[in-house]
Design a binder for this molecule. Structure first.
Ligand SMILES: [Zn+2]
Ligand SMILES: [Zn+2]
Length: 403
């Protein structure tokens, strides 16, 4: 039978809103926009009805920190590789991504940004191709070399205006990371704030005072909490005594600061996930995947970052390991992170989905169009079973994944 209706309604499921659940709820959309979210009622005439079969109806995930999937890394910097990554995360319920740079050469970064721009318009024309690209997360290369983690240390750079201004000039950067202690960091933050980015500090050994100066210049977020960041002991090594407060204390004490956790079960123990959730609350904590190219790939050796110039790591199927024995980012999609939060913390479903959708949308300023099941927003909708497994994904109103 040809589908001639432009109205769609999902019924027979629990609708997940940012602060509550609607049992036996209904979500209706017309073309690409949500028109109604309510208890089940008579559906508008001529609607095509989709049965959620007693499962959950939730907003599509938004990932502000993601490197790769299905064998490709955004830093491979071809349109085909970008589309491969975007499609792989769509399968895991992510409808919006911020492709995230690693350390790399100036040319590699510019090429990555350009291939994301081209892929973005292809995906806009055909949402089936992959998660929508809302903008780039300029992450590497402005890291402190002693906190480079699995990134190529020799490619860490100090921020110089001639260098970073060319990335912002592309108008593609929406999230911007720089280590606060680097000379030039303040100029970086100021420009990022002028460009209306979420301004973040990561891969950094900065002190409370450096964080305060960064905050005054617009910095409001810290990448992957507890990973590659300063602590009181790490600052004692840097400055001696008296011991100084670190990024950790700055984020926990300051209500305007947000952060993110990698909730794959390998990076952080359950009590740290619970601690971050309780201390920051769901409106200041994002779930991110920090996923690399080994998503949905067999265990084995892979490259983090650009395929020819990146660094080697090993995936055991659960997480990535650098040769040094330290972690080298995650290999799981957002659906896994959401299940893990449900299994191991006290966060309820509205809070968990808020952290995977509305909070990253708010922090990056795209909450007017995405991040929750709200009339007027894009119909980026998930149907999940009671075990939080993805059953169907709608992107801009189109069914793009059906498991
Ligand atoms: Zn990192
Ligand atoms: Zn990362």
């Amino acid at each position: 039978m040809p589908i001639c209706s432009t109205n769609f309604a999902i019924v027979n499921g629990t609708v997940i809103l940012p602060d509550t659940l609607i049992e036996d709820g209904m979500v209706v959309w017309s073309k690409n926009l949500i028109t109604q979210v309510s208890k089940r009622k008579r559906v508008p005439r001529g609607s095509m009805i989709i049965d959620a079969q007693g499962g959950l109806i939730a907003p599509g995930f938004i990932d502000i920190h993601v490197h790769g999937g299905a064998g490709s890394d955004f830093m491979d910097a071809t349109v085909a590789d970008v589309l491969t990554v975007c499609r792989s995360h769509l399968n895991h319920g992510t409808t919006t991504v911020f492709p995230t740079t690693t350390t790399g050469t100036h040319q590699n970064l510019l090429q990555m940004i350009e291939s994301c721009r081209l892929a973005k318009s292809e995906i806009t024309r055909n949402p089936e191709l992959g998660a929508a690209i809302a903008g780039i997360h300029l992450y590497g290369p402005f890291f402190a070399a002693d906190k480079a983690g699995c990134h190529d240390r020799s490619e860490c750079r100090t921020p110089e205006t001639d260098d970073f201004a060319s990335y912002f000039a592309t108008k593609m950067i929406r999230v911007a990371t720089c280590a606060a202690e680097l000379p030039g960091a303040i100029d970086f933050y100021r420009l990022a704030r002028r460009r209306r980015c979420l301004v973040t500090c990561g891969h950094s050994n900065s002190s409370w005072n450096e964080m305060q100066t960064a905050f005054n210049a617009g910095m409001r977020h810290v990448d992957h909490f507890w990973c590659a960041m300063s602590s009181v002991p790490s600052l004692r090594q840097r400055f001696g005594t008296p011991m100084q407060a670190s990024m950790t204390e700055f984020v926990l004490m300051n209500a305007d600061m947000s952060t993110e956790v990698i909730a794959d079960g390998c990076h952080l123990a359950p009590e740290l996930l619970e601690f971050a959730f309780r201390m920051k609350g769901p409106s200041r904590l994002c779930l991110v995947t920090d996923c690399n190219r080994a998503l949905d790939m067999p265990p084995g050796d892979y490259i983090f970052g650009n395929r020819t110039t990146g660094t080697m790591f090993r995936s055991d199927g659960q997480v990535g390991w650098a040769g040094t024995g330290s972690l080298a980012s995650a290999v799981m999609g957002m659906d896994h992170m959401v299940r893990h939060m449900k299994q191991t913390t006290s966060a309820d479903l509205p809070a968990i989905f808020r952290m995977a959708s509305l909070t990253p949308a708010e922090r990056t300023g795209i909450h007017g169009i995405a991040g929750s099941l709200t009339p007027g927003k894009q119909a980026d909708i998930l149907i999940l079973d009671q075990g939080l497994n993805i059953r169907e994904v709608f992107a801009k109103g189109l069914s793009v994944v059906h498991h």
